[in-house]
Design a protein around this ligand. Structure first.
Ligand SMILES: Nc1ncnc2c1ncn2[C@@H]1O[C@H](COP(=O)(O)OP(=O)(O)OP(=O)(O)O)[C@@H](O)[C@H]1O
Length: 281
């Protein structure tokens, strides 16, 4: 795949209430809010008609309050979640049409993922953790370990290959998670709030490291964050979600200088939107 851009077209995700799905979709398409759908039909709306195009070779940041749909959206991109309606293209491939073998290929060779909670295996050392995905997809032990060692050094963990996760700080563990995803050498990397558990200095460090790596890697990175500063610093393209819908999409300058709604303007002004800090909705 040469062009690994992503297009999400009119994607809806309604959790629960299979019987009321057609009514929920009809309400959402007519402009009802997720709260109205929940009150009327008792089902939870994750995404309410998301349209977006994420350019290849760029860092796109998806941001919004807790409950706005960020994780739900990013998990659609490697089909950890399937939509209730809509279409998702990775390059020119409609990923909803993939069979089991196609989906395996997508997850092993096209898209890798970095999770918030590091997702490291505690009984494996750093080298084995980084090599794990490569071994699981069938790379030879020699090849996997060579690639793992290389990435351990590139993320600044030289000398820690034989350490175990519980011997590392949070920042170092997240570097292992990053090395593990990058070692897969996939053109797309999904990162779901990867740095949010880290203290501000370490977080800044990792943001800079990611930017430095990206200058040579030029991957399609989808980075989820609820932190506006992080999105403006890292993102070349930013999508702001609110209640399962795209509130604004654009460059950092668009978001900063031309906020599309009072909600976004308040986000810019205070670093958080009207209504106070994130709450689980
Ligand atoms: N498995 C599920 N069952 C029911 N509702 C769900 C499920 N997963 C997500 N939701 C709902 O979908 C909405 C979006 O959730 P999501 O986790 O994607 O938000 P988020 O923006 O990633 O939030 P956070 O920043 O807290 O992780 C929320 O209202 C949530 O309650």
């Amino acid at each position: 795949m040469t062009e690994a851009g992503i297009q999400v077209r009119e994607v809806y995700k309604v959790f629960g209430g299979r019987a009321s799905l057609p009514r929920a979709l009809a309400m959402l398409r007519a402009g009802a809010s997720k709260q109205e759908v929940q009150a009327k039909l008792g089902c939870h709306v994750g995404l309410a008609g998301v349209d977006m195009a994420l350019p290849a070779g760029r860092i796109s940041c998806i941001m919004g309050l807790s409950g706005s749909g960020k994780s739900t959206l990013v998990r659609h991109l490697n089909r950890l979640i399937d939509p209730s309606a809509g279409k998702i293209l990775v390059g020119s491939q409609d990923i909803l049409q993939l069979d089991a073998a196609g989906l395996r290929h997508l997850r092993r060779h096209i898209i890798s993922m970095v999770f918030q909670g590091f997702g490291l295996l505690p009984h494996l050392d750093v080298l084995e953790n980084v090599a794990f995905g490569l071994r699981a997809r069938g790379d030879s032990a020699g090849r996997a370990l060579r690639a793992a060692q290389d990435w351990i050094e590139r993320v600044g963990l030289e000398g820690y290959a034989r350490s175990y996760p519980d011997e590392l700080s949070g920042g170092m563990r997240q570097r292992v998670g990053l090395a593990r995803a990058l070692a897969m050498d996939s053109p797309i990397v999904l990162m779901d709030e990867p740095f949010s558990a880290l203290d501000p200095l370490i977080r800044r460090d990792l943001q800079e490291q990611l930017q430095a790596l990206q200058r040579s890697l030029r991957k399609t990175i989808v980075f989820v964050t609820h932190d506006l500063d992080e999105a403006l610093r890292l993102g070349q393209h930013i999508i702001i979600l609110r209640d399962g819908r795209v509130e604004q999409a654009g460059t950092p300058d668009d978001i900063r200088d031309r906020p599309a709604s009072p909600h976004v303007a308040e986000f810019i002004r205070r670093g958080e939107p009207a209504g106070g800090p994130p709450t689980d909705s």
